[in-house]
Design a protein around this ligand. Structure first.
Ligand code: SAH
Length: 340
């Protein structure tokens, strides 16, 4: 039976129409699910018994099973969930001055094979369904009794390798009668699947796009991010330009600083040259070291040289403060530890 959390507003409206039901039932059901967070159709007290029986026959209101929760000294919490087929996924809750933010997983494992990343050590087993992404938010809101205001699709997996489910997920969490997470508070991050960046631009959802760049040199990027062999920097930058032109939105460029790999002054100058004139914001990220990987975090001094070099070249840049490094918050680390 299908999870009701797979259904966007449009899909539910089509369902109502197919049954000759009033379409305003859609908003009623959405409010019960996402505002009141009911766990049974029987709790939907403004819906007729007869229609509730029909809903019960067609959909389930499912849950994710919490396996473990870890809490960091800085308040970051990491949740390990078990899916109905036994697969494990993780979600990270972060607390900021402006509210709660969640990092959502999009796939079981990942096929992108980035050399520094713990997630890629486990090949992708399958896409997450839309409902499995929606439920990460609902479960954390219920377990912690809070309202999440910000969503980043930066957990395990490559969201643009699970494009349709991710787009439906975004539509569901954005809907005003439901979780109502504003488009400007949703960020999707990709390693650079170029055709999907074009497709995404055409949707004009007004959500934030982040690109994991990590090097402005093709020979280095080929080494650390195999996707670059399919879509090199030239193709990627063209797609980013197209996205900015179509949406007029600023794009975030993510750049992990890896010691002696991509963190020299020359690397910073090459990056500045590549991004010159583009409406982008560079996020410099301290690397979370992964035991099984040879990469090391750049030292503080080198990070500041990199940052200052970009600043001098008039690039918008920030050096991100890391969170939760004491609780295996680096992508895929908690899941990895719990797999045999
Ligand atoms: N596949 C998507 C989203 C998931 S990864 C993407 O590549 O953007 C989210 C971000 O975390 C990416 O920028 C990724 O490169 C980065 N990342 C992966 N492993 C990391 C680690 N050990 N330390 C710091 N950042 C890491």
């Amino acid at each position: 039976m299908d999870s009701i959390y797979n259904y966007t507003k449009e899909m539910l409206i089509n369902y109502m129409v197919s049954l000759n039901e009033k379409t305003y039932r859609t908003d009623q059901i959405i409010e019960w699910l996402y505002r009141n967070k009911v766990s049974s159709f029987d709790d939907m007290t403004n819906i007729s018994k007869k229609f509730i029986e029909k809903l019960k026959a067609d959909f389930m209101i499912d849950e994710l099973k919490l396996v473990t929760k870890q809490e960091s000294y800085d308040g970051t919490k990491k949740f390990l969930f078990e899916l109905s087929d036994g697969n494990l996924i993780e979600s990270v809750l972060m607390t900021y001055e402006y509210g709660y933010s969640i990092c959502v997983t999009s796939e079981v494992g990942c096929n992108m094979g980035c050399a520094f990343c713990a997630s890629g050590m486990r090949k992708k087993l399958r896409n997450l369904s839309t409902s499995e992404m929606v439920l990460q938010i609902l479960m954390v809101e219920k377990l912690e009794n809070l309202k999440i205001g910000n969503v980043v699709i930066m957990g395990i997996g490559e969201p643009f390798d699970n494009y349709d489910n991710v787009i439906n997920f975004i539509k569901i969490i954005n809907y005003a009668k439901g979780l109502e997470i504003g488009a400007r508070h949703i960020t999707v991050s990709t390693c650079g699947i170029v055709p999907k960046i074009y497709e995404f631009a055409n949707l004009d959802l007004q959500i934030n796009l982040a690109i994991s760049l990590h090097s402005a040199k093709n020979e280095v990027r080929n080494e650390i991010m195999p996707i670059n062999k399919s879509y090199n920097l030239d193709l990627l930058i063209k797609a980013i330009k197209d996205y900015i032109d179509k949406t007029t939105k600023r794009v975030t460029i993510e750049y992990i600083l890896l010691k002696d790999v991509n963190d020299s002054k020359d690397d910073a100058l090459t990056l500045a040259k590549l991004l010159k004139g583009l409406n982008v914001y560079v996020n410099l990220i301290p690397y979370n070291e992964v035991k099984e990987k040879p990469y090391k975090r750049s030292n503080k001094e080198q990070m500041h040289i990199f940052f200052d070099t970009l600043k001098k070249e008039n690039i918008n840049v920030q050096l991100r403060k890391e969170q939760g490094s004491d609780i295996d918050a680096a992508c895929g680390q908690l899941r990895s530890k719990n797999l045999k």
